[in-house]
Design a protein around this ligand. Sequence first.
Ligand code: MG
Length: 298
Amino acid sequence: MDRRAFIKSSLVGAGALALPKLTISSRAAAPKKAAVLKLGSQESKLPGASLKEKVANLEKWGGCGLELHGNPATRIAEIKDAIKGTTVRVSALCWGSCKGDLVSPDLEKRKQGIQQIKDALDTAGELESTGVIFVPCFHKQSDLKPAELDQILFDILPGIGDHAVKRGTRVLLEPLTKLETFYINRIEQAAAICAKVNHPGICLMGDFYHMSREETDQTQAFVTGGPWLHHVHLATGKTRILPGLEPHSYVEGFKGLKKVGYQDYCSIECAIKKGTDPAVAIPQAFDFLRQQWKEATI
Ligand code: MG
């Protein structure tokens, strides 16, 4: 998607937010576009001696989204060079929590955390990435209560969102299982924050691993988050391994993506078992996911 179309799509999402209440589950309007399955992977999971080789493998297997770790500011030229002339694009930057600094009661730490996510957004913009994945805090990174954390997010996210939009990208709130954080475990919780902040630069993502532990209805979870949903992580069920290696179905979740007309990337974020050849296992996982996508009829 080019920059103008990107901003336009974000603003369409924001327009949908102008509802008087957080009736987020009622927004499952028919999608304007048919959903697409754009598969991808985190860089670290891809086999290859160089980034260029990894990208070539991903493209060969029909993948098109390259997810990078942290803020790869010093690698911008290398990344642009690796994807040049291919159908692969940068999906998201998997950035994280910055040790909880953005929601720290220590205002100096908070300021530094905000600067760091803005720096990551600069890189994301330069790479035309869909967004920067943000987790406010993992366990033991904050002693505050969820309501206090909500208030800090409401204070800081509008300014960060302005920066994101200026750079043509977004923040993506990632809900995590209760094994990893006490704060924002389900998509509807992230959606409620996005709705309240009501900013095109503040969006969310879904991760099948966390969802398999926390969501009772995967279709509905994606429908609820639909207006703000711009990235998906793929991992099989409760052990977080490559899709297709154990009997975990993606069909219900994919139905949700189809219902909201999902247009962004689905990226592998999982362990690759010792002894497994990723050059065999990843294309098999992609085949499995394409089959599951076909089975997800709505
Ligand atoms: Mg994830």
